[in-house]
Design a protein around this ligand. Structure first.
Ligand code: SF4
Ligand code: MG
Length: 338
């Protein structure tokens, strides 16, 4: 069966003052119907760019250097702008971190929601209004009839993001891309929005591609996790295996740095063990493994040659010499399994 989304060897670059810089390199992933894939990484890992490429929202400096992005078997990169406009919002919807990117401050919530509805369906007039109210109710907005008449700035951040989600699901998209959808919200509201997305997915079978830097969100949501570092996939696994036994030293570091629930809600102030150093600038990548300057397991080979992405058991991929070289003894001894 053709997967809903299949990204194959995608590389994306940007034109900068210092020439073209590759920000996503040879990324491949597939998403099945109803699956939630989380792409996780620090800022500068290329995770947002990878997701924006799907709808070609890269801006004028973005360049698809190679690869294919097939949606239900069709390569989206071969679509005209006009064809893509039909797909955007109808088959594939995207939600960003800041809800005001999607909302227009000069129109009421109801106006904008009705517009999203009439654009992609035959519902007009009274029917569109009723559907809009129903959508606001589905996303947990109290008194939806009255919120229809409100302007976005009168709503809280959480309510705004709910309104954006209502717009995004109006046409029942098959793929929902959510780029840090809860990052701007406080922890309680964040949990509510994640629950909402899960609930909506259970009802509709929508595939969710969730971009986040927060492993807590990943633990909550993901079926499959893709870990990105400096433009490359460094590990991919089902969520259970990834948290049980992270293979890549970067993933291990992210999991160590993950605050416990108590810390997230401010109950205790447990210190976080964060990964030393920062993501390298993409125009000044270190030779060899891109993570080697920050890696506690770095060996000579790591500084000289880039490790390939290799399979490591069922549906698992990892890009690390420790996994590729059979001679390494007990590679993940100190950090595997929390
Ligand atoms: Fe660390 Fe080497 Fe693995 Fe890179 S290849 S993550 S430097 S052990
Ligand atoms: Mg981002």
């Amino acid at each position: 069966m053709v997967p809903l989304l299949a990204i194959d060897q995608l590389s994306v670059g940007f034109n900068t003052d210092n020439g073209e810089v590759t920000v996503v390199e040879s990324l491949s992933l597939t998403a099945k119907e109803g699956e939630t894939i989380c792409i996780v990484g620090e800022s500068g890992s290329g995770k947002s760019v990878a997701s924006q490429s799907i709808l070609r929202l890269l801006g004028e400096n973005g360049i698809i250097q190679q690869g294919e992005i097939r949606f239900k078997g069709d390569n989206l990169l071969n679509k005209s702008e006009k064809e893509l406009r039909l797909i955007r919002g109808r088959d594939i919807a995207i939600i960003f971190q800041e809800p005001m990117t999607a909302l227009n401050p000069v129109f009421t919530v109801g106006h904008q929601l009705r517009e999203a509805i009439t654009l992609h369906s035959k519902r007009k007039g009274r029917e569109a209004t009723e559907y809009a109210i129903d959508l606001l109710r589905q996303v947990g907005i109290p008194r939806p009839e009255s919120v229809m008449r409100d302007y976005p700035h009168t709503l809280s951040g959480g309510m705004r993001q709910r309104a954006v989600i209502a717009m995004a699901i109006a046409s029942k998209p098959q793929l929902l891309i959510a780029d840090e959808p809860t990052t701007a919200l406080d922890v309680t509201v964040q949990a509510q929005i994640l629950q909402l997305l899960k609930g909506l997915q259970e009802g509709s079978g929508t595939t969710i591609l969730l971009i986040t830097h927060d492993l807590g969100v990943v633990a909550e949501m993901a079926d499959t996790v893709v870990v990105m570092y400096a433009g490359q996939i460094v590990e991919q696994a089902d969520a259970g295996s990834l948290f049980d036994r992270p293979l890549h030293p970067y993933t291990q570091g992210l999991i160590h740095a993950m605050p416990s629930l108590q810390t997230r809600t401010g109950v205790n102030d447990e210190r976080l063990e964060s990964i030393p150093g920062t993501v390298p600038a993409l125009n000044r990548l270190p030779q060899g493994c891109r993570f080697h300057p920050r890696c506690a397991y770095s060996q000579d080979i790591c500084k000289q040659s880039s490790p390939p992405l290799v399979t490591a058991g069922d549906n698992r991929l990892v890009r690390c010499w420790l996994a590729s070289l059979p001679t390494s003894s007990e590679p993940y001894a100190t950090s595997g399994g929390q």
